[in-house]
Design a binder for this molecule. Structure first.
Ligand code: GAR
Length: 195
């Protein structure tokens, strides 16, 4: 059984999709949900499901990312995860941290990478007039949103779409893609999944 820690910054809908999937027959189970924001809505949702949670507020550390990461690592070490899933975790990680979890850390990003790394992905897809949008699960490396792709799901961009309607359609696809990709990854399969 692989032990998975999930890092969140917000509502945690992807975290919930992962946790719900791991409740069934699955090669992994959740051992910790941690957030850089003590007010992240996902923490209470995880706790309600009986999953250990931790909050390491990044703000007191200011620009000292290594110090924040050391505190986060201390929480992670208590849970002894084999893998980390970033699920709406909105802090950039230093190469020291990504190296420590090389090959063991996944992220979900709301675009069809390599298109639109970084922020405001839906606005950028709309501004470009793209006919398709989607999401990507990838391994986390030192380069932002650029690690090996493990899975991708596509959705159409529809006439009249706004950032909000497109984001909602992509998020629904995220909830299908991330659990399916983690399932394969935890079983040792790193070949990309296309939904
Ligand atoms: C998701 O759309 C995820 O892809 C995105 O944040 C949202 C989190 O929602 N992640 C990023 O933008 C990472 N750069 P959730 O908290 O409901 O899972």
């Amino acid at each position: 059984m692989k032990r998975v820690a999930i890092l969140i910054s917000g509502g945690g809908s992807n975290m919930l999709a992962l946790v719900r999937d791991m409740a069934g027959v699955h090669p992994a189970r959740p051992v910790l949900v941690a957030s850089n924001d003590p007010a992240a809505g996902g923490l209470a949702k995880a706790a309600a499901l009986g999953i250990p949670t931790a909050a390491v507020d990044h703000r007191p550390y200011g620009k000292d990312r290594p110090a924040f990461e050391a505190a986060l690592l201390a929480e992670l070490e208590k849970a002894q995860p084999d893998s980390l899933c970033l699920a709406g975790f909105m802090r950039i990680l230093t190469p020291g941290f990504t190296q420590r979890f090389a090959g063991r850390m996944l992220n979900i990003h709301p675009s069809l990478l390599p298109k639109y790394p970084g922020l405001h992905t839906h606005a950028r897809a709309l501004a470009a007039g793209d006919a398709e949008a989607g999401c990507t699960v990838h391994e986390v490396t030192a380069d932002l949103d650029a690690g090996p792709i493990l899975g991708q799901a596509r959705v159409p961009v529809l006439p009249g779409d706004t950032e909000a309607t497109l984001a909602a359609r992509v998020l629904t696809a995220e909830h299908r893609l991330y659990p399916a990709t983690l399932r394969r990854f935890a079983a040792g399969d790193r070949s990309p999944l296309f939904l």
